[in-house]
Ligand binder design. Structure first.
Ligand SMILES: [Fe+2]
Length: 371
């Protein structure tokens, strides 16, 4: 089923994620069953991502949500460098990296242990954990431009509470990951059409973000902070995620700028308009509590704006899929200083003590004083 999205008319966005879902089934050892892992690998290879439903119990999700809340409330938290700094400054988003505590390492370790059958298809034990972060967005945040993250990385999003469509679960464009030979798809225009689709989508994102800010300026929607409109539309400061007209005109936004619209691109957008429309579509996730999404970093995706009054919280984690030159190891990622000081690998996480969270009933029983 395809539906439009408020302010994104002209883009087809599907809310139906059933094709990309795999219900998590664990064996007696707490790992995905072989069949489940094979199904998931097949989806990642075909679409670039997979959605595991019920990978975490509600008790585990609650405990992890406490960790995320504590991190977000810490005034000394380490804000992520890849996020929209303007959104961070105006409390529209709060993206911060998580310190390597025993709880975090057990939690990340448990994810790796459960998903070992999938992750080990792509990552070796020596491959580094690049970051562990919390991604919180609030009403009035900007919609990210569609993009690919740096290549050769496997990334994860975990939901610790239900994320509604309005709260802005990540949107993906299935089948846009860059594997060898992908350029042969779509009549030999695979990569070219994907790039054109990104340009086409990002025109809509720019318009959507600008319209929303304009509405906010007119008293509709979230209220603007003093100076916020100017900072998001006319600032000279680096920020890749705003409808910044100045940076668009001066070609300082890598996702969408005046340079993007050379005569050749305009001609190709027109010439291939049917192929762009027919070969790609956007899928909006709305992960339920306990869901974990695994995706190749080169799959086209974006973090939408939050259109609800309720904060949207996600946990994010990334592991390299290949060797990376030390100079570029954290390019596009935000490791906490504690993770840089004490690096962790996929192999380390497989050997971490697993998370132990008592089921709710047992926990309550334990709290009842003995008579
Ligand atoms: Fe991204």
């Amino acid at each position: 089923m395809f539906t439009g999205q408020t302010g994104m008319n002209g883009l087809n966005i599907s809310n139906d994620t059933s094709l990309f879902e795999v219900p998590a089934v664990l064996d007696a050892g707490g790992k995905l069953t072989d069949q489940c892992a094979r199904e998931a690998v097949d989806k990642i290879d075909t679409y670039g991502f997979v959605i595991f439903t019920d990978l975490l119990s509600h008790e585990e999700a609650d405990a992890a949500l406490d960790m995320v809340r504590q991190a977000a409330d810490d005034p000394e938290r380490n804000l992520c460098t890849f996020a929209s700094e303007t959104d961070n400054r105006y409390k529209r988003r709060d993206f911060c990296s998580l310190p390597s505590t025993p709880f975090l390492n057990s939690f990340a370790g448990t994810l790796c242990q459960r998903l070992e059958g999938v992750i080990s298809e792509y990552c070796r034990p020596s491959h580094r954990l690049l970051e562990a972060v919390t991604l919180t967005s609030y009403l009035g945040s900007s919609h990210q431009y569609f993009h690919r993250d740096p290549p050769n990385v496997l990334s994860f999003f975990a939901a610790f509470e239900d994320v509604s469509e309005d709260q802005g679960g990540t949107v993906f464009v299935p089948g846009t990951h860059k594997y060898a030979g992908v350029e042969k798809r779509h009549g030999g225009l695979g990569l070219e059409l994907m790039d054109l689709f990104m340009v086409w989508s990002n025109i809509h994102v720019f318009r959507h973000n600008f319209r929303k800010l304009w509405d906010m300026r007119k008293g509709r929607g979230a209220s603007l902070a003093p100076g916020e409109f100017r900072d998001r539309v006319f600032s000279t400061k680096w920020d890749e995620y705003q409808p910044n007209i100045l940076r668009f005109l001066t070609n300082r936004n890598t996702h969408l700028s005046l340079n993007t619209f050379g005569p050749r691109t305009l001609r190709d957008l027109y010439r291939h308009r049917a192929a762009i429309r027919d070969n790609f579509h956007i899928v909006r996730t709305a992960p339920r509590k306990g869901t974990v999404i695994v995706f190749r970093s080169d799959t086209i995706h974006a973090g939408p704006d939050n259109r609800s009054p309720n904060p949207r919280r996600l946990y994010g984690m990334s592991i390299s899929r290949d060797i990376i030159d030390p100079e570029y190891l954290f390019d596009g990622y935000s490791p906490h200083p504690s993770l840089i000081a004490q690096p962790l690998t996929f192999g380390d996480l497989l050997n971490s003590p697993p998370l132990k969270v008592l089921p709710k009933a047992a926990e309550q029983l334990e709290q009842i004083p003995a008579e």
